[in-house]
Design a protein around this ligand. Structure first.
Ligand code: APR
Length: 240
């Protein structure tokens, strides 16, 4: 059914969360037992307070995540999405993920709502560096400022231009496909709702139920994202 929905849509947007990258080896945040927020309190390690008040714990937490992103890579599902964009089957990916894997796999229109772990920047002068600064435990800029990952921390605004672009895409799409998100964090979780409200069909592929399942036209809980994408890709190839 997913393949036929994609086939019949002229403007399709994919929306991904951490569940898109677990098959690359990165933990998500809220899966029972394995989610990052099962081990760490986000407000103590991923917030502006953490950066300003317990910076050593902040550095340790984000160095661990930078090493994770450096050790892992996009999986077949990321490459399928990039291929579908090239074929005009989808028009872009709105992602909450900060691993940069959609871009690495070749997706051109990747809207990173929560920024990226691929770069760090100086709190004081704004200079941007590669994330190797963190893997090499270099946490300060020559200007003396603190280096921080270019991700959106709890308590911060989302990047305006990216948000506006994602809004525009959600408003005009005919099909909105959620892959691997618990849809618990605002404002990102408003995009599926917005798409649905303006008339798009909504698909949610997620191991666990989400609060938005009852809005969806298709919900897939029992199959991992990588398999769902491979099966849909197989069906779409049979068309060509
Ligand atoms: N296939 C399908 N679903 C999966 C898979 C998989 N291979 N792996 C994990 N999931 C599902 C989990 O069941 C979970 O419900 O993906 C979902 C991931 O949800 P979260 O861990 O809450 O991640 P996400 O929704 O992206 O979190 C949003 O919260 O902490 C902030 O900034 C962080 O961007 C993140 C935001």
């Amino acid at each position: 059914m997913l393949a036929s929905l994609i086939r019949n849509s002229k403007h399709t947007i994919v929306f991904t969360g951490a569940g898109m990258s677990t098959e690359s080896g990165l933990p998500d945040f809220r899966s029972a037992n394995s989610g990052l927020w099962e081990q760490e309190d986000p407000s103590r390690v991923a917030s502006t307070e953490a950066l300003n008040q317990n910076v050593e714990q902040f550095f340790r937490f984000y160095r661990h995540r930078v090493l994770g992103v450096q050790d892992c890579k996009p999986h077949a599902g990321h490459f399928i999405l990039a291929d579908w964009e090239r074929k005009g089957l989808i028009q872009g990916v709105i992602t909450q993920n900060v691993d940069g894997f959609h871009t690495d796999a070749g997706t051109v229109n990747s809207m990173e709502l929560h920024g990226t772990l691929q770069k760090v920047h100086c709190q004081t002068c704004g200079k941007v560096y590669g994330n190797d600064r963190y893997s090499e435990e270099q946490y300060y800029c020559p200007c003396g400022g603190t280096l921080r990952p270019s991700v959106v921390l709890f308590g911060e605004m989302l990047p305006e231009n990216t948000f506006a672009k994602a809004l525009h895409e959600a408003e005009k799409c005919e099909l909105f496909i959620v892959l691997g998100s618990s849809l618990t964090v605002t404002p990102a979780n408003q995009f599926p709702l917005l798409a649905k409200e303006q008339g798009a069909k909504l698909v949610i592929v997620n191991r666990e139920p989400t609060l938005f399942d009852h809005y969806a036209d298709l919900v897939i809980h029992d199959t991992d994202i990588g398999v769902v994408l491979a099966q849909a890709d197989q069906e779409l190839r049979e068309d060509l």
